[in-house]
Design a protein around this ligand. Structure first.
Ligand code: SF4
Ligand code: ZN
Ligand code: ZN
Length: 314
């Protein structure tokens, strides 16, 4: 098979576009798709500062590399969740990448702050680890980005992730979630803008990108992940994609172009107050993060203090 651009031997075939590329033109394709996503949703500009949430996996490391290659000002943020060997390995991958490229990387470690990992914190909360983890990660990312002066938080969600989430949300008619399934959440008060610049690339493409660019990433999945549903949605979409290439793309892009406008309700002005413990914005007296930490008998302000320390080291 020949590359559609230069007619040299192709390295990768993208079925949904019926296009084959050599390594160089595949990288060009990846850059083009990411740039298209950034421009289409006005995610950020070359002058803005971006904080990339890096986990050590293929998607987030590919995202960081792509943004840097495209000339964006992107620093990394790694949250050490204290999940045994998995966290150790993933942290090493992130540090290795940041060192190799001489990039700025911020690290916040739950074990260092509390002497506990996410599993123990979740146990104290009597919640599943992923729900506790989601609240903590969102809180840390927003606070770090805001305090350190970043304009946007970028995450490595890809087309497979977004299409699977969309399928799950439609199957259960989760209107509240469907409303916010665009690859951008604009900034609002104390909340920093959140973007997903890889929503036009599949997970096979982000892995191929890492392999071609020799980016060493962690292959293992987080051992806490027992989200059988999301896996099932991905598998179902893969069956459809195999039979009819382009299905995932049409499904998600179609929703963004045609569907979401029927779902989005009039934006109601939500009254935000300041959390009585940490001062962060919330609709309740105490924010969900502080509530969770209180239940786990942990001081939520310890995180704020660690971020203050990061700020003073700037
Ligand atoms: Fe956190 Fe769950 Fe993701 Fe693991 S799988 S990083 S516990 S949200
Ligand atoms: Zn080529
Ligand atoms: Zn709070």
């Amino acid at each position: 098979m020949k590359c559609i651009k230069c007619k040299n031997e192709a390295s990768i075939y993208i079925r949904r576009h019926n296009s084959a590329f050599c390594k160089d033109h595949f990288i060009e394709y990846v850059f083009h798709q990411t740039e298209k996503a950034i421009k289409q949703y006005k995610m950020f500009t070359q002058d803005e500062k971006i904080l990339v949430a890096v986990s050590g996996g293929k998607d987030s490391l590919a995202l960081w590399d792509i943004l840097i290659s495209l000339g964006y000002k992107a620093d990394g943020m790694y949250i050490d969740l204290g999940i045994g060997e998995y966290s150790e390995k993933s942290k090493e991958k992130v540090k290795k990448y940041a060192n190799k490229k001489a990039l700025k990387l911020h690290i916040i470690s739950l074990k260092e702050i509390y002497g506990l990992g996410i599993e123990e914190i979740a146990k104290r909360n009597k919640k599943v680890p992923c729900s506790t983890c989601g609240v903590i990660k969102r809180y840390i990312m927003n606070l770090t980005a805001r305090e350190l002066g970043y304009n946007a938080i970028a995450t490595g969600h890809n087309l497979d992730d977004e299409a699977a989430t969309l399928l799950g949300n439609i199957l259960h008619w989760q209107i509240d979630y469907l409303e916010v399934q665009e690859p951008i959440h604009k900034e609002e008060g104390y909340f920093v803008r959140k973007v997903k610049p890889l929503y036009r690339l599949t997970e096979i493409e982000t892995s191929a990108y890492c392999i071609i660019k020799k980016i060493d990433y962690i292959i293992d999945e987080c051992p806490m992940s027992h989200d059988a549903r999301s896996l099932m949605y991905k598998e179902s979409l893969n069956i459809l994609e195999n039979k009819s290439p382009g299905t995932k793309e049409h499904f998600y892009y179609g929703f963004l172009e045609k569907g979401i406008k029927y779902i989005k309700r009039q934006e109601e002005k939500i009254e935000l107050k300041n959390c009585q413990i940490c001062g962060e914005p919330t609709t309740k007296d105490i924010c969900v993060f502080c509530k969770q930490m209180e239940k786990a008998h942990l001081n939520s302000l310890d995180i704020k203090n660690s971020i203050e320390r990061l700020k003073s080291q700037q």
